[in-house]
Structures are given as C-alpha cells and as structure tokens.
Design a protein around this ligand. Structure first.
Ligand SMILES: Nc1ncnc2c1ncn2[C@@H]1O[C@H](COP(=O)(O)OP(=O)(O)OP(=O)(O)O)[C@@H](O)[C@H]1O
Ligand SMILES: [Mg+2]
Length: 250
C-alpha cells in the first residue's frame, strides 16, 4: 500500500529525513518510535503532504502511484489520514458539521454525490458509539476549549468517519487518561481491516499493548536505524535508545 524509497526531506533548508525506506502493506500496523527530534512527525507530515516540507530525494508510493507531487488535500482524498499533533480550533463549526463537510468533500473528489443526511446520521451514531463519544460533544465547536484528551478522541472520531486507507496517528496517546487510551485503541482496532493500514507514532510501549503492531521501527537522526516486532518496543521501554545509538555508531 505504502512504499517509501530512500526518502530525503528538508524544512527551511534543514535536512531532516536522510534516507527513509519503509513498506507498509494492507492489513498491517506499524509503530514508529525514536527520540525527540528524530524526525517522526516530519515523516508523518511528508507522507501527508504538508507544504512546509520539501522532498529532496526519493519517493512515496501509495498503491504504486507516486503521490509526492500531490497536495495534502488530494492525498487525503486518496485515503491518507494524519492525526494532528496540535489540532486547530474552528469556532462556530461543530464536530458534526466539520465531519459532514470533510466526508462530502472526499466524495466530491471521487465524483460522488453528497452522502444522504440519514446515512450520515447513522454513520455518526455508529462511530460515536464505537468510540464512546458523548452526544453533546458532537455539537461543540471543533477543538474550542477541548481538553487534550477530547482533542485526541475527536481525531480518532474523524478517522473513524473518514475510513482512511492509511491512517497515521502521531502521538495519539499523549494526554490520554487510561480509559480514553483504551477507548481510542479499541476504536483503532475495530477500524482495522485487511484493506487498510495504520502507522502509529508513539513514545511509549503502553499504547502498543492496546494497538498491537506487526512491526516496530526506530527512527534516529532521520533514518530508520532498527526494525523489529513488538518485542522491540518492550526492549526500548526497558533499555532506552542509547544502545541503539551505539549499535549504529551514532
Ligand atoms: N517546521 C519546522 N521548522 C523548523 N524545524 C523543524 C520543523 N519541523 C521539524 N523541524 C525540526 O526537525 C527535527 C525533527 O522534528 P520532528 O518533529 O520530526 O521530531 P519528532 O521525532 O516528531 O520529535 P518528538 O518526539 O519530540 O515529537 C527537529 O530538529 C525539529 O526542530
Ligand atoms: Mg513528533
């Protein structure tokens, strides 16, 4: 589904990603870990097509198609979803209306009519129940006054509604209390299918107790320096990153 070849990217002429190779197949969950500043969020942003980042070498293929030249919006329409580390507030636009617009824009890009209102309501009901989201929450202005945990839950709700092909969750665990973490993780697990894939970026092994990854990668200084299974996350939790840095001579 996603294939990244020798990807180099920079922001404001500063080189950040220095040769990333990654293949994510449909049905897989990949976790990306690594020290602060190693380039995890940058990688997520580059895949999603955020404008500030410039790809200087290599390519990103989604289902065999080079998506590097596409705008973030077009990538979203093709099924790439990125959760926001710091979501924006839109006063006056409710969670529900924001979702309706987002869904209908995606449909329009595919040449489809707007989703019928009853279908939309049914979907909102189903997905909000799945994620144990309160009715009242859905009518609030998006992100306005949301607590950290509410923002995160809202992101996962957005993901549930948009049913992306490739979801990238950046630090979805930060700021979630234990119950919310479980709810969000369960939501992600329920949305998983053989046709989609998830990349979870996290600092802590605990999220991976709930969202069990098929592969774990460690990013360091803009490169994937180690890949393994979920055991690698346990090892990192116990030993930190220094041993890996030593191993790769960094
Ligand atoms: N828009 C930007 N402008 C300037 N520097 C940036 C920008 N985005 C990222 N960087 C720099 O790129 C490097 C990698 O940042 P990135 O956010 O990808 O790290 P990260 O691995 O997600 O870290 P964390 O674990 O702290 O979230 C950092 O040195 C950061 O300061
Ligand atoms: Mg980050």
């Amino acid at each position: 589904m996603l294939k990244i070849n020798n990807l180099h990217a920079s922001v404001e002429d500063k080189s950040i990603l220095k040769g990333i190779n990654l293949e994510v197949k449909a049905g897989e969950v990949h976790a990306i870990m690594g020290p602060n500043g190693s380039g995890k969020s940058t990688l997520a942003s580059v895949i999603a097509g955020k404008e500030e980042y410039e790809v200087t070498k290599g390519n990103i293929l989604l289902d065999g198609e080079d998506i590097e030249e596409l705008a973030a919006e077009e990538r979203a329409h093709k099924g790439v979803f990125l959760s926001f580390q710091y979501p924006v507030e839109i006063p006056g636009v409710s969670v529900t209306n924001f979702m309706k617009t987002a869904i209908n824009e995606t449909r329009k890009a595919k040449g489809l009519e707007d989703m019928p209102a009853n279908e939309m309501l049914k979907m909102i009901r189903e997905k909000s129940e799945l994620l144990e989201i309160d009715r009242k929450f859905l009518s609030r202005s998006i992100n306005e006054g949301f607590s950290g945990g509410e923002k995160k839950r809202n992101e996962i709700f957005q993901m549930a509604m948009l049913e992306p092909k490739l979801a990238i969750l950046d630090e979805t665990d930060s700021g979630l209390d234990i119950d919310a973490l479980r709810i969000v993780a369960n939501g992600v697990n329920k949305l998983k299918s053989k046709d989609n894939a998830v990349i979870v970026i996290t600092h802590y092994q605990r999220l991976l107790d709930h969202i069990v990854p098929d592969y774990v990668h460690v990013l360091h200084n803009g490169k994937i320096v180690k890949s393994g299974t979920k055991e690698l996350a346990h090892e990192l939790e116990a030993k930190g990153y220094d041993w890996i840095k030593e191993e790769v001579g960094a």
